[in-house]
Design a protein around this ligand. Structure first.
Ligand code: BTN
Length: 242
């Protein structure tokens, strides 16, 4: 595995994206940084992280996705790999807030941003960005954020965690073909607040009560509304209120 360790960069995802434009980059190459000046989150959000405290990494995954309709499969692989890594560190009450926020109890401890580039030869190269709050202990104006250190009162070796995560990603990818159904079930069973009646907000701002049932084959969130209607939502179409 090639690991490029940077001190500061705009975004490790953007750095890796530029690199694959310029040269042939081997599968599972990792870019890590101590600090990002333009860290990117899901749906155009900003990803802030205190200098030197947290895991900021982007991994190149080639040869996994072959069809654009399956892009959610990589979200499943990466979310499971991160959860499995954190299980080994005994982080309690782990779950995945759909589509791929990493939670411990009701606090967000990490996020995943996957950016796919569709090549002219039909292949898909994925830049998998992972941000995990590791040793940061103060989160200004972010009441729903926490870190491994806050939760366990220990400090963690970020580079060891990086290697653990990459090994778990390789492991999940290796077993994907034979265990797809089980891995998808594992993902569904790990969903934050699964089977719990809770409020959701739609894009028209209307609020309804429903229960998360799982995901569809393409990764939409399946919610059964209070009156029994089964609804499927894309990422921008629904927000959990909790
Ligand atoms: C989210 O939950 O909104 C996703 C956050 C993803 C953050 C990581 S940090 C490493 C990589 N580089 C980025 O600019 N973003 C991702």
């Amino acid at each position: 595995m090639r690991l490029v360790k940077l001190d500061a960069i705009d975004s490790t995802n953007d750095f890796l994206k530029d690199l694959i434009r310029q040269q042939n980059v081997e599968n599972f190459t990792v870019i890590s940084a101590e600090n990002q000046t333009k860290g990117k989150g899901q749906m155009g959000a900003v990803w802030n992280s205190e200098q030197g405290k947290n895991l900021i990494m982007s991994v190149l995954i080639k040869d996994f996705l072959s069809d654009p309709k399956d892009v959610f499969d990589l979200n499943i692989v990466i979310s499971l790999a991160v959860i499995r890594s954190l299980e080994q560190l005994n982080i309690p009450k782990l779950s995945i807030k759909w589509p791929n926020d990493i939670m411990s109890d009701n606090k967000k401890i990490g996020g995943i941003l996957i950016e796919n580039s569709f090549k002219s030869d039909q292949s898909i190269a994925s830049i998998v960005g992972i941000g995990l709050n590791v040793n940061q202990t103060h989160f200004e104006n972010l009441p729903q954020a926490a870190s491994l250190a806050l939760i366990t009162r220990n400090t963690f070796d970020k580079e060891a965690l990086l290697h653990l995560i990459v090994d778990e990603i390789k492991g999940v990818i290796n077993s994907w073909e034979t265990d797809t159904t089980t891995l998808k079930e594992n993902y569904s069973n790990l969903l934050f607040n699964k089977d719990v009646l809770m409020p959701f907000q739609k894009t028209d701002l209307s609020i309804f009560m429903g229960i998360i049932e799982g995901i569809t084959a393409t990764g939409q969130l399946k919610i059964v509304s209070e009156n029994g209607t089964l609804l499927d939502f894309d990422i921008k179409e629904v927000k959990m209120l909790f």
